[in-house]
Design a protein around this ligand. Structure first.
Ligand SMILES: O=C([O-])CC(=O)C(=O)O
Length: 166
């Protein structure tokens, strides 16, 4: 998205915003990772304090996709750490957005992906494997479907029903 900022997208797509085809996530996410601006097709994941499925997805080829994790906003453990961020980078994911916490922030900030999360937490999550992949999730005030497109930069995060032309 080098040539296109989220602000410009908002300014030039008022109709899409009104219709809900383009949504702005609430400004509650902090910015981590080397990539301050990133975009790609969304893979959704719904989990709660259990990150086994995060690893399962990040072990597949990212192909420029963005993993969007609804972790229920839990402030009690981290769903992504340095190892998973490194894995995401190695597998070609563009970014990870977490409605929840992350840890190993110094390592994550060294990874060549974009990461957004609510906060940091030093404790790891459960490892039972509970959760659902590719389901609709409600995150940052927006309903998000697997396969929609995410655009993030320093100003915010957009979700679009379709790919936006850049
Ligand atoms: O494995 C975890 O639970 C998360 C983590 O610490 C990492 O990715 O390094």
């Amino acid at each position: 998205m080098a040539a296109l900022t989220t602000a410009e997208v908002c300014d030039s797509n008022i109709k899409l915003l009104e219709d809900g085809d383009l949504r702005v996530l609430h400004p509650v996410f902090k910015i981590y990772g080397q990539s301050r601006a990133f975009s790609g097709p969304i893979v959704t994941l719904k989990i709660f304090e259990d990150n086994v499925l995060v690893r399962e997805l990040l072990e597949t080829k990212g192909e420029g996709r963005v993993l969007v994790i609804d972790g229920g906003g839990s402030m009690r453990c981290a769903l992504v750490g340095g190892n998973l961020a490194q894995l995401a980078q190695n597998m070609g994911w563009a970014g990870i957005v977490v409605n929840g916490c992350i840890r190993d922030v110094d390592e994550i900030n060294g990874c060549d992906i974009g990461v957004r999360a609510l906060a940091t937490h030093p404790q790891k999550s459960n490892k039972k494997g509970h959760g659902e992949k590719h389901v609709p999730i409600y995150l940052g005030g927006a309903l998000i479907h697997d396969g929609e497109w995410l655009y993030a930069d320093s100003d915010g995060i957009l979700v679009s029903r379709t790919e936006l032309s850049v």
